[in-house]
Ligand binder design. Structure first.
Ligand code: PMV
Length: 327
């Protein structure tokens, strides 16, 4: 039996624009998904998962061919999680040359699903690492990142950047531009996350931005402006200038709003954080609902968000320097 874990992430800068080849800077946070795998005698997958926003659930798959689960699964979030687990196991089987390996799998996640905190990438990276290890294949971090990206691409039908999976595999602050992924030096980043309890539809939001960008020059210019902003953000990160980072986060949120991916609840949380004295605040991930990230060295932002109607959960988070690991 092997347990592996991987961190979730926030986007300091650059979501959506990263889809069009602009750079982005996601940062791993110290909230993790843990995946425990145990080899079965047959080729079935039995998945049990617990998530912040869900009661426990169990699904058993018949065989290795991805046939329908033999338990009715009505919640779409559950279906989403099992899709990533399926793809992760496929990668581990391939890495170990064991196409018929079956597993009992338990997922425990401190990261809300589909809320912009990279839960699927964390589950995928931890699942690949744990299942490969259980089959005797010791994967490097880069191999986990590469395979996790392939798994996400398969589940998201070609719509994924490398940002989430690379960040989850390696930990820390990273820079992603197209296929080029690297780790960045970063100061301590006092993140505060606010979660509205909802989740945006990433596929629909990404398509919406694509349509806008194809229809209007202003939208194409906005995507390019996010790229410029990220390059400025990298300099601020290297200089450890938290005040400038906060200011740039505010600008980034404005540009994302212009692209139509914010929401009333995300805007309300962003403004509550700013009013409480945060250095800056923005939505993180695909948007439409889900989470905001603020930068604040005091307790004020977390308190303000806790009492804000429409904010379901708030927590402080630090940069997680460790990526995927065996527990
Ligand atoms: O909501 P998340 O954490 O899955 O992030 C989506 C980020 C996008 O840039 C909108 C899409 C992508 O694959 O990079």
């Amino acid at each position: 039996m092997v347990t592996a874990s991987a961190p979730g992430k926030v986007y300091l800068f650059g979501e959506h624009a990263v889809v069009y080849g602009e750079p982005a800077v996601p940062c791993a946070i110290d909230r993790r998904a843990r995946v425990t795998v145990e080899r079965r005698a047959d080729d079935h997958l039995r998945v049990h998962a617990e998530d912040l926003s869900l009661d426990g659930f169990t699904v058993e798959y018949g065989g290795t061919t991805g046939s329908d689960p033999d338990v009715d699964v009505s919640q779409s979030l559950v279906e989403a999680a099992t899709g990533y687990v399926d793809a992760a196991v496929e990668q581990a089987r391939d890495a170990a040359g064991a196409p018929d390996a079956g597993f009992d799998i338990t997922i425990e996640s401190e990261i809300p699903l589909g809320a912009g905190l990279g839960s699927s990438a964390a589950v995928t990276a931890a699942g690949i690492y744990a299942a490969a290890e259980e089959l005797g294949a010791d994967l490097s971090t880069d191999e986990v990142a590469e395979r996790a990206y392939s798994a996400e691409l398969a589940v998201q039908e070609g719509n994924a950047s490398r940002a989430d999976t690379f960040c989850s595999a390696t930990g820390g602050a990273v820079r992603v531009e197209g296929d080029d992924c690297r780790s960045l030096d970063a100061p301590e980043l006092p993140f505060v996350v606010g979660f509205d309890g909802g989740a945006g539809d990433t596929g629909a939001l990404v398509s919406g931005v694509r349509e806008l960008k194809n229809s209007y020059d202003f939208a194409a210019d906005t995507v390019a402006a996010v790229g410029d902003l990220v390059r400025n953000g990298e300099d601020a990160l290297a200089a450890g200038d938290l005040a400038e980072l906060g200011e740039l986060m505010d600008f980034n949120h404005g540009l994302l709003s212009a692209l139509g991916v914010s929401s009333r609840s995300l805007d309300a949380m962003v403004w509550a954080a700013r009013d409480a004295g945060a250095l800056g605040a923005k939505l993180t991930g695909a948007g439409g609902g889900g989470c905001v990230v603020a930068l604040d060295e005091t307790e004020e932002t977390e308190t303000a968000l806790r009492y804000l109607p429409g904010c379901e959960e708030t927590f402080q988070a630090e940069l997680a320097t460790e990526g995927v690991r065996v527990e």
